[in-house]
Write a protein that binds this ligand. Structure first.
Ligand code: PEP
Ligand code: MN
Length: 341
């Protein structure tokens, strides 16, 4: 069971809950987030139900959940959540809309980023992606521009009006990334970097949590729970392909994740066909499959000159493929009762 405290609850309110639980023979674990405090209860659920915790001062909700992930589960929150991105508050990732997120894999230069941002706008994207801190397999590969890259992204936002999502790889950079970005991305390699998850759980910006390369739905949702447990429930999940026995493609897009995770959790689900496939020829067909399966958003890599890209050039879309993608993002969402934009 989980006791969710009101943002204005006092320390005495929290202590009173803990004391009542302990008197009933249970243990209580307090998690003090920036926005709210959450008290996790361990012990006899039947005994806790008799404690009338919901009526105590400062208590908003008492959640009994059979799943190991609680705050992010559908059981706890039957309605699908809507995550709003950007200061203008006009991008909604949730059950009624369909959002296209596009941009370069990595921020390389201002000119390259602005050119990719223009391509994103032309395709109908309403969120700009781009990595400034790149988690590369090889230590010799381009690692990203760091804070300089964040500045370029902020400039691209000024020019286009699109809010920005960018990856953070180290807990010590969360503050600076949250300063510049509208949404923080946790990459597949960091899905179980628990200190990083806790750090983004403490900021007031939405988080996009990518699925680990070999993560089950439960492990993925437990990772999301780490963020939620710190008080940040503005989380979108991103399916980006998993490691399978197939070698013809870089990763296998798990389309089942979209309806299945929607059933297990109230959080929106985004699909990244670019990192799934690693090959631009597959990106548009996989994006179509994602939309048809009910994805709340699709995120793709674009580059004005993929042959010169410092990161993931083979999956970056050319203009003609982008036109195809734009068509799919306009035509398919209404079939699954979503409004593009
Ligand atoms: C990315 O989106 O830039 C990225 C590195 O993706 P992933 O973590 O899915 O590999
Ligand atoms: Mn990439």
């Amino acid at each position: 069971m989980v006791v969710v405290m009101h943002p204005g609850a006092t320390p005495a309110d929290v202590e009173a809950v803990v004391a009542r639980v302990e008197r009933a023979g249970g243990s209580a674990f307090i998690s003090r987030g920036v926005h709210r405090t959450i008290v996790g209860l361990v012990g006899d659920v039947i005994a806790f139900q008799g404690l009338n915790l919901r009526a105590m001062p400062g208590v908003v909700d008492v959640v009994r959940v059979s799943k190991p992930y609680k705050l992010v589960s559908r059981e706890h929150h039957p309605d699908a959540s809507v995550v709003t991105v950007g200061e203008r508050g006009d991008v909604h990732i949730g059950p009624d809309t369909f959002v296209l997120i596009a941009g370069p894999c990595a921020v390389e230069t201002a000119e390259q980023t602005f050119a990719a941002a223009d391509m994103a706008v032309a395709a109908g994207a309403t969120v700009l992606r781009g990595g400034a801190y790149k988690p590369r397999t090889s230590p010799y590969a381009f690692q990203g521009l760091g804070e300089k890259g964040l500045e370029i992204l902020a400039e691209a936002r000024e020019r286009t009006g699109l809010p920005v999502v960018t990856e953070v790889v180290d807990p010590k950079d969360v503050e600076v990334v949250a300063h510049y970005a509208d949404m923080l991305q946790i990459g597949t390699r960091n899905m179980q970097n628990f200190p990083l998850l806790q750090a983004v759980g403490a900021v007031r910006k939405p988080v996009m949590l990518k699925r680990g390369l070999t993560a089950t739905y439960e492990e993925w949702l437990m990772a999301a729970e780490y963020i939620a447990q710190r008080g940040n429930l503005d989380i979108v999940l991103c399916e980006r392909g998993i490691r399978t026995f197939e070698t013809a493609i870089r990763n296998t897009l798990d389309v089942s994740a979209v309806p299945m995770v929607h059933a297990l959790s109230h959080l929106p689900v985004v699909v990244d066909p670019s990192h799934s496939a690693g090959n631009r020829q597959l990106v548009v067909p996989l994006a179509r499959a994602a939309i048809a399966a009910g994805a709340d958003a699709v995120m793709v890599d674009v580059h004005a000159d993929p042959t010169a890209a410092l990161c993931d050039g083979p999956q970056a879309l050319y203009g003609s493929e982008l036109d195809e993608l734009a068509r799919a993002c306009r035509d398919l969402p209404p079939i699954v009762r979503r409004t593009p934009g």
